[in-house]
Design a protein around this ligand. Structure first.
Ligand code: NAD
Length: 545
């Protein structure tokens, strides 16, 4: 059943419905509220600085035991986590919908299902990654050596996560960290504490010891305390501004961090694209999760030949969307979780309109449960001026500018003219051409004929360049980010001294020069003379040292 939805342009910018305030000043307790209604349904004690330090110390004490466990034990914990999450999937999806506002289909499809994938992927692939066989050395001078590259866990790692995909983003960082032998402290977003609490239950039920996985509830001050504590690495996902603060703290302590930050992903629609498919995919990419997706298409560049037809298809797709509470069965687009998001989105849209943009469509359908103050109606803008905020800033909500471009070259130039470089998409029937164009896009990933997808695939690296951050999650890259490599080099001859050790003199100089000719000489003559020189001098007396 649908009802007329009050578009955000006329909606109040703050909740004024008599419901409790959605999110006031930083709470002593982390509050889980339904963003569609303002309902407070759970509260969690937050960790102050001293409690964060104590939790890190306990993790530090416990981690060696976890690391020394046979890998099979850690893998079994991941498989049990998978099974626990699978069994509780409906309860978890319901909680995500209630706390985060996303439609139930998204809670199951883009959070639970993806974390199940991650758990299985890392359980299946960790053994191959962590295997450290002895092997021979490459360069001629070190042929006597045997080599082993170990992947040691960092030790104690902190994970700071945002609210938009609270299960998926946290899970994608926790699982590889645990299986590689790290102790993990998770600081979930203050807007989604229940998701963090559920992860704590699921890992406990999977057999992960308490101090090996700890959830620290709280706001930015708890996150800052975690960065100040004696952790060995921080994995941060969130805004550029906070990411920069985290990176500075980590730099001061000389500890590494991974930063998954904001994006303003381009979608390029080529003239040969299936326009209905592109419009439908871009509408889903942009407006699912109420537009609060880091890798959503946020700027669409359309070749002039199909611009108008594409806009018509997009307007039709967006007009059909229904806005409402996530638990209403027919809701497509849920509420904004942060009330300040509506204020920002209104300002970004109004800035574009003031600079001459055209409002192509604002979705007006809603499910009965729509709560006007905390929703932003899906909106498409055309004729957008290049200096508009919707193009120069990240838009973190259901607001989409479409730009008419001459050709693919102009689209790529404009796509790359951004401080962000998270992900991108290209829409075309000519996949080979799209793949060639993808190589020219400045981004951590490019999808062809799909949107968002890379961020949710267990087996491919995800991450950004430029202001979108550094480091990679997911796939084997996700495991690499959780370990330090340690090289062991063993000489098989315990009593045969190396030719380059002390004992310098004409004979040794000649021997080394002969060796360089043998190894690197450009012609056969140089090599042969090198070999002869090495053989001749091999047993020449050396100054014993
Ligand atoms: P945010 O930066 O406000 O908060 C993220 C986390 O950092 C929260 O847990 C918060 O409590 C914590 N935090 C706040 N101040 C802190 C401090 N000084 N020190 C340590 N931690 C602190 O971001 P948000 O609003 O939760 O998330 C939205 C942003 O995240 C968007 O820009 C979005 O694009 C980005 N994001 C990026 C990715 C990615 O994979 N690149 C994924 C999801 C979201």
């Amino acid at each position: 059943m649908t009802a007329t939805f009050q578009p955000a342009s006329t909606a109040p910018e703050s909740p004024t419905t008599g419901q409790p305030a959605l999110h006031g000043p930083p709470a002593r307790a982390a509050e889980s509220r339904n963003p569609a209604t303002g309902e407070l349904w759970k509260q969690y004690p937050t960790a102050n600085r001293a409690e964060v330090l104590a939790a890190v110390a306990r993790a530090r004490d416990a981690q060696p035991g976890w690391r020394e466990q046979p890998l099979a034990i850690r893998i079994r914990a991941l498989r049990r986590f998978h099974d626990c999450l699978y069994r509780r999937r409906n309860e978890v999806a319901d909680a995500l919908t209630r706390e985060n506002g996303k439609p139930r289909a998204e809670a199951m499809g883009t959070e639970v299902a993806i974390v199940l994938d991650y758990a299985r992927y890392y359980a299946d692939h960790a053994p191959r990654f962590l295997r450290a066989p002895w092997r021979g050395a490459g360069p001629l001078a070190t042929k006597r050596k045997r080599i082993r590259i170990l992947h040691d866990p960092f030790g104690v790692v902190g994970i700071i996560s945002p609210w938009n995909y609270p299960l998926m983003l946290a899970g994608g960082a926790i699982l590889p960290a645990l299986v590689t032998g790290n102790a993990v402290l998770l600081k979930p977003s203050e807007f989604t504490p229940t998701s963090g609490a559920l992860l704590a239950e699921l890992f406990r039920d999977a057999g992960v010891p308490d101090d090996i996985f700890t959830v620290l509830q709280g706001d930015g001050s708890t996150g800052a305390a975690l960065c100040d504590a004696a952790v060995d690495k921080i994995f941060f996902t969130g805004s550029v501004a906070t990411g920069r603060r985290v990176a500075i703290k980590c730099a001061e302590k000389l500890i590494p961090c991974g930063l998954e930050l904001g994006g303003s992903d381009p979608a390029i629609v080529l003239a040969d694209a299936n326009l209905a498919h592109a419009a439908s995919g871009i509408a889903w990419g942009r407006f699912s999760n109420a537009g609060q997706t880091c890798v959503a298409p946020k700027r669409v560049f359309v070749e002039a030949a199909v611009h108008d037809a594409f806009v018509t298809a997009l307007v039709s797709a967006v007009s059909a969307l229904r806005v409402g509470a996530g638990d209403a069965p027919s809701t497509d687009v849920g509420p904004m979780i942060r009330p300040d998001a509506v204020i920002t989105l209104n300002a970004q849209r109004d800035d574009a309109l003031a600079k001459g943009a055209t409002l192509a469509v604002t979705a007006t359908n809603s499910t009965d449960s729509a709560h006007a103050g905390n929703f932003f109606a899906p909106t498409v803008l055309t004729n957008v001026r290049a200096d508009s905020r919707v193009l120069t800033e990240e838009t973190f909500g259901p607001l989409l500018p479409v730009i008419n471009v001459r050709d693919a070259d102009e689209a790529i130039a404009l796509a790359n003219a951004s401080e962000f470089g998270l992900s991108a998409s290209i829409w075309s029937r000519d996949v080979a051409r799209a793949a060639r164009l993808a190589e020219r896009i400045e981004a951590g990933s490019v999808a062809i004929n799909d949107a968002i997808i890379v961020g949710g695939m267990a087996d491919v690296p995800h991450g950004g360049i430029k202001q979108s951050g550094y480091g990679r999650s997911h796939g084997m890259a996700g495991l690499e980010e959780c370990v330090r490599t340690k090289t062991i080099v063993a000489d098989q001859f315990a009593s045969w001294r190396q030719a380059w050790w002390f004992g310098y003199g004409p004979a040794q100089t000649e021997r080394i020069d002969a060796f360089v000719r043998m190894a690197h000489g450009p012609g056969l003559g140089d090599r042969l003379s090198g070999i002869v020189g090495v053989l001749k001098l091999l047993f020449a007396p050396q100054r014993p040292i």
